[in-house]
Ligand binder design. Structure first.
Ligand code: PTJ
Length: 254
């Protein structure tokens, strides 16, 4: 890690540290080379959104946590970028909402799948699903490597948290009548539009914010959680994020 050569006084220090987490993840065999490029795309949107969790994202976080707490079988889907950015928070959130953790990769390799499993177990995960075996299931109509899922994980889940997703799988999961909760910095992506709840925020901020929110919402009864979900409008929330990008966060949230 080159953290020592990035002065903490650097105006872009936080953003440069996040890059280092990904570069480090790449060097440790967790992040795909293409993951570094995907991060660059995300960074652009993050810059335009003000590099903070907006009130609009907080509304989505509340709905997302409510949906996950109402689920009978929630799963957190983990790819290379997420595992590099916030492995500790993945485990903490999964414990809090009683969710399975499942590795699911677009650029699948056996080595990376195992490196991610190892990283999550190092951070306290007891079980990590999605490690391919002869019992793995297939998502119908999906051609990418992401179609291979755990028979007792994503395949049977009713709600799935999918940070940094490609649109194809989100659409396929929706067709399987699953509730998809996305974390994506791009409010124009197919994933953002297809998900039931989309959190337009950087996953590195969204996961810790979800932990705080879920801790509070866990005290509420199902009726209250259901009302939060019913009142959430994903299209409206996406439009608000687009307006923040267009006009700036202060113009939108004054
Ligand atoms: O680890 P693998 O093999 O599963 O590969 C993962 C990547 C990310 C390489 C793969 O899923 C991919 O190519 O993703 P895309 O299609 O480039 O989409 C990534 C989306 O996530 C884009 O809309 C980005 O704007 C967004 N994004 C990037 N970084 C972040 C992000 N959203 C939230 N938080 C981020 N840190």
């Amino acid at each position: 890690m080159h953290r020592s050569i990035i002065p903490s006084s650097h105006p872009r220090a936080k953003s440069l540290y996040i890059r280092e987490l990904l570069v480090n993840g790449f060097r440790n065999g967790i992040v795909a080379p293409e993951g570094l490029i995907a991060h660059g795309r995300g960074e652009t949107f993050d810059y335009l959104l003000g590099e903070n969790t907006t009130e609009t994202a907080r509304t989505a976080i509340k709905a997302a946590c409510s949906l996950l707490l109402l689920a009978s079988h929630p799963v957190i889907s983990v790819n290379g970028n997420l595992a590099a950015l916030c492995p500790k928070e993945i485990v903490e959130l999964s414990n809090l909402i009683n969710a399975d953790i499942e590795v699911n990769l677009f650029y699948w390799t056996r080595e990376r799948e195992l490196a991610i499993e190892k990283e999550l177990k190092k951070r306290g995960a007891k079980t990590v699903r999605g490690i391919r075996s002869k019992d793995s299931a297939r998502i119908p109509e999906l051609q990418s490597e992401r179609r291979t899922v755990d028979q007792d994980g994503i395949y049977k889940a009713d709600s799935i948290l999918v940070p940094l997703e490609d649109g194809d799988r989100t659409e396929a999961l929706v067709k399987m009548h699953k509730k998809v909760i996305a974390i994506d910095l791009n409010p124009l992506s197919r994933t953002s539009k297809a998900a039931a709840v989309t959190i337009i925020d950087n996953a590195i901020r969204a996961l810790p914010a979800m932990i705080v929110e879920a801790e509070q919402l866990k005290q509420k009864n199902d009726k209250v959680l259901k009302k939060i979900v019913d009142e959430f409008d994903n299209s409206k929330n996406l439009s608000e994020s687009l307006e923040i990008i267009r006009c700036g966060v202060n113009a939108r949230q004054r």
